[in-house]
Write a protein that binds this ligand. Structure first.
Ligand SMILES: [Zn+2]
Length: 127
């Protein structure tokens, strides 16, 4: 369980707003929300959104203080991993997206895997 800190909420807010918009889209399309902190949305339009991401099978993803999952089971499986990403958003704030993608691009240019070799993912996988 994460401690709710106002400064961390504000710092991650740009991504949280994006996550909320996708989550609300999910709620309008038969999706569900788990009323917990951070907020977790699944099903409906959220499942549709995640299924259209370029990676093969994205079960869940984190945007600020919002975790999006294909299903409730997907959220249960990936929660620990996604909570590490929440902490990364709290640390990096608006810079997380550019830093993450810069790492992926750098790794890709060096012939490595932009996802599995990415230090943000490695931290989330406990490597
Ligand atoms: Zn991850």
């Amino acid at each position: 369980m994460l401690i709710i800190r106002p400064i961390a909420i504000i710092w991650a807010l740009p991504y949280t707003i994006l996550g909320l918009l996708i989550g609300l889209f999910g709620l309008c399309t038969r999706g569900r929300v788990l009323r917990r902190w951070p907020l977790e949305f699944y099903g409906g339009g959220v499942e549709w959104f995640l299924s259209r991401l370029p990676s093969d099978l994205v079960m869940a993803m984190t945007l600020g203080h919002v975790i999006l999952g294909r299903t409730k089971a997907a959220l249960d499986i990936s929660r620990e991993h996604e909570l590490v990403h929440v902490r990364q958003y709290e640390r990096w704030g608006p810079f997380l997206g550019p830093a993450y993608w810069a790492c992926s691009l750098f790794l890709w240019l060096r012939g490595k895997d932009g996802y599995h070799d990415n230090p943000f993912e490695k931290e989330a996988w406990g490597e």
